[in-house]
Design a protein around this ligand. Structure first.
Ligand SMILES: C[S@@+](CC[C@H](N)C(=O)[O-])C[C@H]1O[C@@H](n2cnc3c(N)ncnc32)[C@H](O)[C@@H]1O
Length: 261
């Protein structure tokens, strides 16, 4: 049985980090979404491996996202001075901490309990953190009143797959949005799917790099999360690593929809 923050697997890449034995960490509601057939294998399903990461090694995940900051254009696009913001799949708060001063109230919905704890701790230390509330929930069943938010947003969390949003999740986000408000999917995948659902794509230009704490951390985290880039990251020996080197799209885009009256 694996325990949280297991010291026996430093450096093991994400695809090989967990086994089916680790699925015991998931609640029944989580299993029904992330391994619905009941036979999930995190070595064959990397999405499932990410879910185990959030629950077994949340601080490791937080170190990764702390390095992968959002493009300033994305942050500039998001509204300020609104009444209520709902963020779904808030994680350890990469976007939440950017949003917290922008609304009278912010509701951060996050299913993974260890990430909720990290986010609550960060909000407790943040200016305007008292405006934030961290609650449990899923895209397809948001515990938030209809028409109650000016902005309903998800960052690096929503996909068309039913367990991670899907048709039901998008409908829920739109239900929660107030007429005249916006639903925004930050760092989207599946642009065609979102376009077919009436979403407009926005992309901000310019070079972007992940900003790790040190060259050593860059090498360590690349070994776990970007193994194909690990040798090059070690060779560069730098704290800042261009996203092209990591082999992923930078967090520079979004897709949004204005919800009509
Ligand atoms: C890659 S993380 C992104 C976290 C955060 N938004 C960020 O940008 O750092 C994906 C997040 O989506 C959450 N998530 C996964 N499935 C979900 C679902 N069905 N409903 C709501 N959140 C979900 C995960 O728990 C995780 O916090």
């Amino acid at each position: 049985m694996v325990t949280a923050e297991d010291p026996t697997r430093p450096g093991r890449e994400l695809r090989r980090r967990y086994t089916a034995a680790d699925l015991g960490v998931l609640t029944r509601d989580e299993l029904s979404r992330f391994a619905p057939a009941g036979d999930g294998d995190p070595q064959a399903d990397v999405t499932l491996a990410w879910e185990l990461l959030y629950r077994l090694e949340p601080e490791l995940y937080d170190r990764l996202v702390s390095a992968e900051r959002l493009h300033p254009g994305v942050l500039g696009w998001l509204p300020r001075g609104v009444d209520r913001i709902v963020e779904v799949g808030a994680g350890a708060g990469r976007l939440t901490l950017e949003l917290i001063g922008r609304g009278r109230e912010l509701v951060a919905v996050e299913p993974a309990a260890p990430l909720r704890r990290i986010l609550a701790r960060k909000l407790g230390q943040a200016e305007h953190g008292g405006r934030g509330r961290v609650i449990h929930g899923f895209f397809d069943d948001l515990p938030v009143a209809s028409g109650s938010a000016d902005l309903v947003v998800a960052c690096s969390a929503f996909t068309p797959a039913p367990g991670h949003g899907g048709e039901a999740g998008l409908s829920e986000m739109e239900r929660v949005c107030r007429p005249g408000g916006r639903v925004a999917i930050i760092w989207p995948n599946h642009l065609g799917w979102l376009a077919a659902h009436g979403y407009t794509y926005v992309r901000f230009a310019g070079p972007m790099a992940a900003e790790f704490a040190s060259p050593e951390e860059a090498a360590e985290l690349a070994g776990i999360f970007y193994p194909r880039a690990a040798a090059e990251v070690r060779r560069l020996g730098q704290r800042r690593v261009p996203f092209e080197v990591l082999g992923i799209n930078p967090p520079r885009d979004l897709a949004f929809k204005m919800v009509g009256p």
